[in-house]
Design a protein around this ligand. Sequence first.
Ligand SMILES: *[C@@H]1O[C@H](CO)[C@@H](O)[C@H](O)[C@H]1NC(C)=O
Ligand SMILES: *[C@@H]1O[C@H](CO)[C@@H](O)[C@H](O)[C@H]1NC(C)=O
Ligand SMILES: *[C@@H]1O[C@H](CO)[C@@H](O)[C@H](O)[C@H]1NC(C)=O
Ligand SMILES: *[C@@H]1O[C@H](CO)[C@@H](O)[C@H](O)[C@H]1NC(C)=O
Ligand SMILES: [Zn+2]
Length: 487
Amino acid sequence: MALEVKVAFLLPLFMIVMLSLGSDSHTLSERFRSPAIRVVSNETTKKAPDVAAEVGRYEDVAKRIIELAVFGAAQNRSYRRLADFTDTIGNRVSGSRNLEMAIKYMYTAMKQDGLDVHLEPVKIPHWVRGKESAEMIMPRAKSLAILGLGSSVGTPPEGVEAEVLVVQSFEELKRRASEATGRIVVFNQPFISYSETVAYRAFGASEAAKVGAVATLIRSVTPFSINSPHTGLQIYQDGVKRIPTACITVEDAELMWRLAQNKQKIVVRLIMGAQTLPDADSFNTVAEIRGWQHPEQVVLLSGHLDSWDVGQGAMDDGGGVMISWEALSLIKDLGLRPRRTLRAVLWTGEEQGGVGAQQYFNLHKENISNFDLVMESDLGTFTPMGLQFLGSEAARKVMEEVIKLLAPINVTKLETDAEGTDIFLWMQAGIPGASLHVADSRYFWFHHSEGDTMTVQDPHDMDLCSALWAVVAYVVADLEDMLARRP
Ligand SMILES: *[C@@H]1O[C@H](CO)[C@@H](O)[C@H](O)[C@H]1NC(C)=O
Ligand SMILES: *[C@@H]1O[C@H](CO)[C@@H](O)[C@H](O)[C@H]1NC(C)=O
Ligand SMILES: *[C@@H]1O[C@H](CO)[C@@H](O)[C@H](O)[C@H]1NC(C)=O
Ligand SMILES: *[C@@H]1O[C@H](CO)[C@@H](O)[C@H](O)[C@H]1NC(C)=O
Ligand SMILES: [Zn+2]
């Protein structure tokens, strides 16, 4: 999904800085639209016909990968793997026992699959939701479906009971600041796009606290709802009082908005047992097929293993994890071994702001000259539409040829911009990056909610995504030269 981010026009500077520090997935691509890192390069290692000829020689191998993944013995395999994994483990929030089990599960499964697997330690945040509930008391009694937001503080045990102020925007909150003191602020912001609207979830609590609110309830960031709350990370601003914050459903936000328009007094009681425990031990899980010629050079493909503590985390990001593993399996099953190392990294702590990815970058940046391409799938594994790519012009010319190899599965588009919390740092440092673009109109329907289950996944779509992922990773890892990076 092309996320039309207009964050820069909406947010004060501190917010942009925080977003760019990796506070949330899908908001970071904005960085790459800034002129500061616009791609310019006059590096051209090969002439266009030579590039086309070299990449063209992979047509047969691409067909074999596609055949195996989509029609052959590996048909439905990534879906079956995902189902077994998420049905066995369930969701796996940062710091949880489930996440530990998930890492053990994937470590064992990928080892049994014959891959080189190892774990790299990471300290990750450990936030627990505890028991939580909310009830509208006036003008009538109604329970509200809520999900506390990641990193929120809890309420006192008896809860917070206060009159509600409903606003539709940060601007309205500022205008009505004098009415906010001692209130629970309800944000009923319309859904524009995820990357724009997520600012309310991320920063609503601190903005409300600045004008004296005692808690915030934030309309879930989704274009579609059947009374489903959608959680996610929120970020307290330094020096601002930390107030409890939860998301409510689109339906309840609109209900309270209508009541407020009719001058009804609304009172809500919110109880949240949320707390942040000491950081927990975790791991990035790494599986490899070592390159035969340049084993130190790497094409990295990835998804994140952690999820929120609702649903099954099948879509976000079990799918990305499974196609990254599957890509290696397909290549191995065909007896292929590229010049460079193919490395699948299953990140930990992504939902907490790309914590595992940050640690990985810190550790491995000493070898940055050996990173050829970084890939991430974290916007769903529905029907693939194209590959998003960020890199030098010379690298783009190569990738334009690579994407042609996917014509048999009807994926022919090489798009601009790649995104993903976990590959952001590498791309910022000039390494070519690619992300999977799928027909994801439904992605934010289920995102971070109880609705993120196996039921939204489709085996054929996952086969297509796996084939795409495997062809791109294999061919780039096997070309004579590494992709030209940005100067
Ligand atoms: C473009 O190429 C020239 C000649 O090879 C080189 O001196 C110059 O630094 C290059 N510029 C960039 C932006 O890479
Ligand atoms: C894959 O799943 C589809 C239905 O979703 C089924 O028709 C097909 O037989 C399955 N193929 C294999 C090899 O299990
Ligand atoms: C960096 O590369 C060198 C040479 O391949 C290797 O010995 C070293 O372990 C690498 N460092 C990390 C952190 O992976
Ligand atoms: C690609 O598109 C053609 C024409 O619409 C269709 O017949 C074919 O089944 C598609 N291939 C795949 C793998 O979906
Ligand atoms: Zn995700």
